[in-house]
Design a protein around this ligand. Structure first.
Ligand code: FAD
Length: 283
């Protein structure tokens, strides 16, 4: 389908962009357009004005700041996947990013757009949650920071208000064991089940675990039952098995033509088991 008629604006400062968003309830930010344009073509979103972030300087930053890597929202998937800094400090991002669609989409699509879109099958929302990252947003009312745990509230729903723009994404770069697992029918397809995990360990065993599940569920979420089982124990095959069963049991699965709820549950259980062992080997 063709796009509906829209007005297009291209502000040159964040303040101007925020003013435009707050002036019209039916306006929407556009970044890479790789999700917004398809949903507009399908008439699932009908903004009257699109506010393009492309001409605002400084939104494609990618730099190490203390114990974090700071990303501007307009950093593309392709830049992240090919960045030596990311490969060194956030190898999970390099690994997960390769699963996002195809090169053409990775060249245009952005980190900020993916997080704001809040697709439960998206790779970046899952990685943000497993890494315990945060996003900074700005509006005419000022700035605020949203932790990953408070960001994803439902299918394609985040706690970012319609007049707020993501200005920065902060990913902690402290060393932790990590693993990313995804099962899709073809390379480049959205995953039927995706799991991202980080583990912090001390001598007695796992000190902290964050296991995020997407793809198979309507909303990206952690599995606290599985995380609790890991805490205080050494990673081992039987523990990974028990935690994966507990994690998979705690979720409600989507069912569609690509896979039944039962099938997706099996995928999630196996991905949790494998990623626990992989992350454990990296601690
Ligand atoms: P846009 O499409 O421009 O915007 C998406 C939404 O975010 C809009 O609601 C927009 O208003 C909002 N937004 C954008 N930037 C900001 C900001 N800074 N602050 C606040 N709101 C903002 N993604 C995956 O993760 N995995 C896949 O496997 C995958 N496969 C795909 C396959 C196809 C064929 C296509 C077309 C897309 C696919 N995508 C996939 C989506 C792609 O990754 C998008 O790039 C991404 O979801 C959105 O980024 P964008 O920059 O294109 O955002």
């Amino acid at each position: 389908m063709k796009l509906p008629a829209i007005s297009y604006t291209s502000p040159t400062s964040m303040e101007e962009a925020c003013a435009m968003l707050s002036a019209d309830d039916d306006s929407k930010v556009i970044a890479g357009g790789q999700s917004l344009l398809p949903v507009m073509a399908m008439r699932l979103a009908q903004p009257t004005v699109v506010v393009d972030l492309a001409k605002i300087p400084g939104l494609a930053a990618l730099e190490e700041v203390g114990d974090y890597v700071r990303f501007g929202p307009m950093v593309t998937h392709a830049t992240i996947v090919s960045s030596p800094l990311v490969a060194n400090l956030l190898p999970m991002m390099s690994s997960a990013g390769k699963h996002i669609a195809h090169p053409q989409i990775r060249n245009r699509g952005t980190l900020g757009g993916s997080l704001a879109h809040g697709d439960a099958a998206g790779e970046w929302p899952l990685v943000l949650l497993a890494l315990d990252g945060m996003v900074e947003v700005q509006s005419v009312r000022g700035k605020r920071t949203i932790d990953a745990d408070a960001l994803f509230v439902g299918p394609y729903m985040t706690s970012i208000s319609s007049d707020e723009i993501i200005t920065d994404i902060w990913m902690p770069s402290r060393p932790r064991g990590w693993a990313y697992g995804e099962f899709s029918r073809r390379s480049g397809d959205y995953g039927l089940a995706n799991v991202a995990i980080t583990l912090a360990t001390e001598d007695s065993g796992v000190a902290d675990a964050r296991i995020a599940v997407g793809g198979a569920v309507g909303k990206i979420q952690r599995v606290p039952g599985a995380e609790d089982l890991l805490r205080g124990s050494k990673v081992a095959a039987d523990l990974a098995e028990r935690a994966s069963i507990a994690g998979a049991e705690s979720l409600t699965y989507i069912s569609d033509m690509h896979g039944s709820a039962e099938y997706r549950r099996g995928l999630v259980q196996e991905l949790i088991r494998r990623t626990i062992l992989e992350a454990g080997a990296r601690t």
